[in-house]
Ligand binder design. Structure first.
Ligand SMILES: [Zn+2]
Length: 112
């Protein structure tokens, strides 16, 4: 996973947050975020695009070392590696990142 070709998005915490729009991939909350291994490392999960998601601390604590199915939690969308480096990542001011403050008002159930 450390082999990154030209134009590919390098795997990093920041880029996972960006891919997931700085919102928890279980409940949609923004705020205090961390990374979660969908399949915990202790259960053989790897640290890569398709197994790591942005997660709020509450869901992270709730999930612990279990699989999402075991907790009744599910990802709000499937995770995947970005296929290309999104244009707006190179031009943050043109993306929605500046509007995160009012993003919560657009989410129907921000803290469900
Ligand atoms: Zn959450």
């Amino acid at each position: 996973m450390n082999t990154h070709r030209q134009g590919e998005v390098p795997f990093s915490k920041k880029n996972v947050f960006r891919r997931d729009h700085y919102s928890c991939q279980y409940c949609g909350a923004a705020g205090e975020l961390t990374l979660d291994h969908v399949v915990p490392r202790s259960r053989g999960g790897h640290t890569d695009w398709d197994n790591v998601v942005c997660c709020c601390r509450r869901c992270n604590a709730k999930k612990g070392n279990r699989l999402p199915e075991e907790t009744g939690m599910s990802l709000i969308r499937s995770v995947h590696k970005p296929r290309y480096y999104p244009f707006q990542w190179m031009h943050p001011r043109m993306s929605g990142e500046g509007h995160l403050q009012w993003r919560k008002y657009l989410e129907p159930f921000p803290n469900a």
